[in-house]
Design a protein around this ligand. Structure first.
Ligand code: FAD
Length: 291
């Protein structure tokens, strides 16, 4: 696969343009609880793979300043940033201010999300109920290119995949440019999802989300929360290496490498890695698929 050169992307490129005619890789990171220094070191490793952008998760509730600070640091290190944003706990006024602020920072793209319903219902602001409303608002108020979330194994609140895809279509009709998927370990789930959404007229790029296995705890947490299937091969590896951290990481790299190679062979437009702020596995997977 050494034809995959991952050419560098213009710092100011919108996600809409990034996937036009070009295979691209990207990384998701989250604002670390303590000290950004370690994260910046990890970013240097990720940067060596010429990502089209780094996406930065958004935690509701007063973390804005911290994430603006981090966005600036990432931009200063020469990387394109796509911040995530969740609307369920924000008022219309706050959202408008937030959008203005990020556009003023030179940001060109955003991942528009509703966010999980908070346990404390008092935190819900009732201006936006679903992500499609946020997408429409961003489209009206800004020049940002918009990404949205898609769920190959159905969003946890949805009664069925058909309803979930109808709701995904609302986001696309409201102006979404790119879909980034929830993590999955069974590529057939992704292929069937793309087939289904194409059949209802959604034809924007669907970028698969890849999460390398790092530990049993991490995988069980993520798959239980979002009801993600663990295929037999993955299950066996997790059981085999549950008491051997190093071998578990190597197994995770091997598993994701095979997953990515299969996706690339099926002509996906990009790969989006959920790095969990650890560059090692994603970096090794990319070295492997370039060999
Ligand atoms: P929506 O698209 O609004 O969907 C939520 C649910 O409501 C779905 O079941 C959908 O079928 C249904 N629905 C949608 N529209 C309608 C409608 N008009 N009428 C009736 N039902 C409707 N969370 C964070 O807190 N921070 C992050 O940074 C973050 N990043 C993420 C990145 C990716 C790639 C993904 C896949 C998820 C991310 N999440 C993040 C998690 C996300 O916030 C949750 O999955 C959340 O529960 C749903 O957000 P959404 O934008 O998909 O919601």
């Amino acid at each position: 696969m050494n034809h995959l050169l991952f050419p560098s992307t213009n710092f100011k490129m919108k996600i809409l343009d990034i996937y036009k005619n070009k295979f691209s890789i990207s990384f998701e990171i989250f604002p670390p609880k303590d000290g950004n220094c370690l994260l910046l070191k990890e970013l240097e490793i990720l940067k060596s793979h010429n990502p089209a952008f780094v996406s930065l998760t958004y935690g509701a509730g007063g973390q804005e300043n911290k994430s603006f600070e981090l966005i600036t640091k990432i931009q200063n290190s020469g990387l394109n940033v796509m911040p995530h944003f969740t609307c369920i706990t924000s008022s219309k006024k706050n959202i408008e201010t937030h959008l203005k602020n990020i556009e003023n920072m030179g940001i060109k793209s955003i991942l528009a999300l509703r966010g999980d319903i908070p346990e404390d219902k008092e935190l819900i602001k009732h201006d936006f109920h679903y992500a499609n409303e946020l997408v429409r608002f961003i489209k009206e108020k800004t020049d940002l290119s918009i990404g949205v979330a898609g769920y190959p194994e159905t969003h946890i609140e949805s009664p069925d995949i058909k309803t979930d895809i109808e709701n995904l279509k609302r986001k696309v009709d409201a102006g979404a440019d790119i879909i980034f998927t929830q993590l999955f370990f069974d590529n057939d789930k992704y292929y069937k999802f793309v087939e289904r959404i194409n059949s209802v007229g959604i034809d924007i790029p669907v970028i698969p989300g890849i999460m390398p296995v790092i530990s049993e705890k991490q995988i069980l947490k993520m798959t239980n929360l979002a009801r993600i299937t663990i295929p037999e091969k993955l299950q066996k590896g997790i059981e085999k290496f549950r008491n051997d951290k190093k071998s578990m990481i190597e197994f995770g790299i091997e598993y994701s490498t095979a997953q990515c190679e299969d996706l690339i062979n099926s002509k996906v437009k990009g790969l989006h890695f959920f790095t969990l702020n650890k560059a090692f596995s994603s970096s090794r997977i990319l070295d492997n698929i370039r060999r």
